[in-house]
Design a protein around this ligand. Structure first.
Ligand SMILES: Cc1cc2nc3c(=O)[nH]c(=O)nc-3n(C[C@H](O)[C@H](O)[C@H](O)COP(=O)(O)OP(=O)(O)OC[C@H]3O[C@@H](n4cnc5c(N)ncnc54)[C@H](O)[C@@H]3O)c2cc1C
Length: 428
């Protein structure tokens, strides 16, 4: 069967790999110059390894992507880094029952209560009963107002902005369930791992086209694609099946003849973009070795501060210390409009509270942006979750907004890719 896949992110690559293994004639079209989608990486000339434009790691229970790495014999590094919170101007390690129990800014009763609720959610297997509850309403009642307001509310507000009160308890449950103390990372970076997958697809006679954009998916002739190749040439080509892995708003853009009702249902899915101001430093930013810092301050200009080289050895990056300053924002937010210099100016006073000398150590910095990066998971999301099947008989959708109840991630992109490939293969 002749199959087109739109997007060489991890969903598209995983789907492509499954389908070439079954002997199908697969073409993957990617508008970027490299594979990896949201997990795409880049490499400075003096580095040995590439690095993601937005911070990335895996949990050690990310079985779909770790299974894929194993299948293609790709080396994975496992480390136990330090996760901390920034509360009232201080950093506290906050990544185990012991560190939570030692947290000094809450009373013992509050700490125990929070620990019991988090522990309950970690071992409670039934997310479905939780999805009708709003996390922002229920959590303060369960764990106590003080703990919620000090730790969790700022995280919801900083992550989801105006949507922070709409997020389902099932989403929070999933975050607690999935977190593992150790983290995994593909040797040489996500870009190299994605390139290894491209090689696997090509070795089985699949074709992957970069800087090649799908301009239109024709609804009248439901298996026709209008393709703009790297050299600017535009061609139309027919396929037996098409798998779309772009976010829904991009699917709607390239397929204008989709029925109005379906468009309306996909239009209900909301999401935020991501910005990462990325700093290359001569010296560490965190003096106590934190990898991931959650900023528990609703007024902070930055949501998470992630020192990649406290997870992965700096020797792979010419001994530079690599720091992400991450936020999720709507794609029309100020952070998407201003320059890297202007954004650093906004962050600077806050960063100096943590490390007063950091600015002296900057080698260079960049601003990376992704207009759609984080779906909003409201209560009862299962009722609006899009299915793989679309109103076009031979067109399938497998994208970031179908990941549920888990928070989106490359692991689930692989799961979706594998599942949609099975569905398509079964239809032959
Ligand atoms: C800030 C941030 C942090 C994250 N942290 C982690 C993490 O720690 N661990 C983790 O596992 N995941 C993390 N993720 C999530 C992860 O990156 C995504 O869930 C995953 O990469 C999604 O893969 P996908 O294939 O479904 O979609 P995408 O990666 O979005 O792939 C879709 C592809 O389609 C292409 N495309 C779009 N339109 C067209 C067109 N018209 N023609 C051709 N190609 C097109 C795009 O260029 C893109 O490559 C993070 C994401 C962000 C933004």
């Amino acid at each position: 069967m002749k199959i087109a896949i739109i997007g060489a992110g991890f969903a598209g690559l995983a789907a492509g790999f499954e389908l070439v293994k079954k002997g199908h004639d697969v073409k993957i079209f990617e508008r970027d110059p490299s594979p990896g989608g949201l997990a795409i990486g880049y490499k400075e000339k003096n580095w040995d390894w590439s690095l993601e434009k937005h911070y990335h790691h895996w949990f050690t229970n990310d079985k779909y992507i770790l299974g894929l790495a194993k299948e293609i014999n790709y080396r994975v590094i496992i480390k136990r880094p330090k996760t901390s919170v920034f509360v009232e101007n201080n950093i506290y390690q906050f990544d185990s029952p012991i560190t939570v129990l030692k947290f000094p800014l809450l009373s013992l009763v509050d700490r125990l209560r929070m620990g019991i609720i988090v522990g309950f959610l970690r071992y409670e297997p039934f997310w479905k009963v939780l999805e009708k509850y709003n996390a922002a309403t229920v959590l303060p009642k369960l764990m106590g107002k003080k703990s919620y307001q000090m730790i969790w509310e700022p995280l919801f507000v900083n992550k989801f902005g105006k949507f922070s009160r709409n997020v389902s308890l099932a989403w929070f449950w999933a975050r607690i369930q999935k977190r593992t103390p150790s983290l995994a990372y593909p040797a040489k970076g996500f870009l190299e791992f994605a390139k290894a997958l491209v090689r696997e697809v090509e070795a089985k006679k699949g074709k992957v086209f970069f800087q090649t954009e799908i301009l239109e998916l024709d609804g009248k002739n439901q298996t026709n694609l209008k393709i703009q190749y790297q050299n600017g040439e535009i061609e139309n080509e027919n396929f037996d099946k098409i798998i779309v892995t772009t976010p829904s708003f991009l699917f709607l853009k390239i397929a204008p003849t989709l029925p109005a009702k379906y468009k309306e249902s996909l239009g209900k899915l909301k999401g935020l973009g991501a910005t990462n101001l990325f700093l290359r430093l001569k010296k560490p930013f965190f003096r106590e070795g934190t990898y991931w810092l959650n900023v528990c301050d609703k007024k902070a200009p930055v949501m998470a501060i992630v020192e990649h080289t406290n997870l992965i050895d700096k020797k792979y990056y010419d001994n530079e210390h690599l720091l992400y300053l991450g936020n999720y924002k709507a794609s029309d937010d100020l952070y998407f409009k201003i320059t890297k210099e202007e954004l650093l100016k906004i962050f600077d006073p806050y960063l100096k509270r943590i490390n007063p000398d950091y600015a002296k150590n900057i080698i260079d910095y960049q601003l990376f942006k992704a207009p759609f990066a984080q779906p909003i998971i409201p209560v009862n999301y299962s009722k609006i979750l899009p299915s793989f099947k679309t109103p076009f008989e031979n067109v399938f959708l497998a994208n970031i907004e179908q990941v549920y109840p888990w928070d989106r991630g490359t692991n689930y992109a692989v799961e979706l890719g594998q599942k949609v490939a099975k569905l398509v293969d079964n239809e032959t």
